[in-house]
Ligand binder design. Structure first.
Ligand code: 5GP
Ligand code: MN
Length: 319
């Protein structure tokens, strides 16, 4: 295998097979796909008798915490491993504060579905709807037996990254994989309930606040709302509970861009963008962010109204 070449599923499986210890890195602000992929891979590699750790620089969200194995995700990296794997990361910086651990390691593999940088020595990058689909194929190539627990974690990524099989990234492979995972006993009902239904009273009040302040731009082609640090502290919530809000913003008829900006710490904003027939990735890239064409994000620092003004202006170049 030469450097910076695409690594096939079989080659990735061989690399994992030949390492006796593997460190898996999830992306910062983890979602169901990065965590489902990491845990699925960990469970499979442990069946092969390997030492495996999962690290993520951020805390698990309350939704992810409903899945017991997330208890084994560490915010720190300790020890030495033979292979370092970045999971669901389009670029090195997605590993966040643990990026330097990864970049200082020699044997590195990326497993990703965003089509980003080839920042590892080996790069298994496929244009799938979810990273879990690549992991699923790697696990099959490893010859590991599936069980209900393993199937549930892979389903977690597949279901969440496809918006419960409703986004335009869904193809027949997603349903085929879901069918196989269903046969292995994946807990489909739990994943749906935790990620698409369950809420708390405080979260519902936060949603009401966000919905009440949606602003419209460009004759109703763009809608934007925001959450401040003060909103979160008033309701005793943290920023990880705001992830579903942007869906309501893009759902408005006529919207091409929906934006929810959330103040994580004073004057530091996490921006979530969704598009309808419109590339929000291009808008986020202008701010050093990225993601998918129809679902992207970035971080912007500044005063709330300045940040809003910048986003509206940049979106206006292409809308
Ligand atoms: P979300 O709005 O749900 O946080 O993120 C939507 C998509 O954009 C996800 O695929 C996520 O990985 C990606 N994303 C979110 N924030 C950033 C960012 O700051 N940089 C990059 N490169 N991608 C991001
Ligand atoms: Mn993903």
């Amino acid at each position: 295998m030469s450097l910076k070449q695409k690594t096939t599923i079989e080659q990735a499986a061989k690399l994992l097979q030949s390492a006796s210890s593997v460190a898996l890195f999830a992306h910062t602000n983890p979602d169901g796909d990065t965590i489902g992929s990491c845990i699925g891979l960990k469970l499979a590699l442990e069946q092969l008798g390997k030492k495996v750790c999962i690290c993520c620089d951020s805390e698990m969200t309350s939704r992810l915490k409903a899945f017991e194995q997330t208890e084994f995700v560490s915010q720190q990296f300790v020890g030495k491993y033979e292979l370092y794997v970045a999971v669901d990361c389009s670029e090195l910086s997605r590993i966040g504060e643990l990026s330097s651990v990864f970049s200082n390691s020699r044997e590195t593999l990326t497993i990703d579905h965003h089509g980003g940088d080839y920042f590892s020595k080996y790069n298994s990058i496929y244009n799938y709807a979810s990273c879990c689909q690549i992991v699923f194929e790697i696990i099959k190539a490893l010859g590991v037996e599936f069980n209900a627990e393993l199937a549930t974690y892979l389903y977690l990524g597949l279901c969440t990254d496809t918006g419960n099989f409703a986004h335009n990234n869904v193809d027949s492979n997603c349903f085929y994989m879901a069918g196989e995972l269903c046969k292995f006993g994946a807990d489909i009902e739990k994943v749906y309930r935790v990620f698409f239904r369950d809420t708390t009273f405080a979260e519902t009040k936060l949603l009401a606040k966000a919905l009440s302040r949606i602003r419209s731009y460009y004759d109703g082609k763009m809608f934007l709302t925001y959450i401040t640090v003060a909103d979160l502290s008033e309701l005793g919530l943290d920023h990880t509970t705001t992830s579903g809000i942007v869906s309501y913003v893009i759902d408005i008829a006529g919207a091409k861009i929906g934006v929810c900006i959330c103040e994580v710490t004073p004057n530091h904003f996490k921006v979530s963008m969704r598009g309808k027939d419109f590339s929000v990735r291009d808008v986020c890239k202008e701010f050093g962010g990225g993601g998918h064409v129809l679902a992207s994000g970035c971080r912007i620092d500044g005063f709330l109204e300045d940040v809003i003004e910048k986003i509206v202006r940049v979106a206006g170049y292409t809308i």
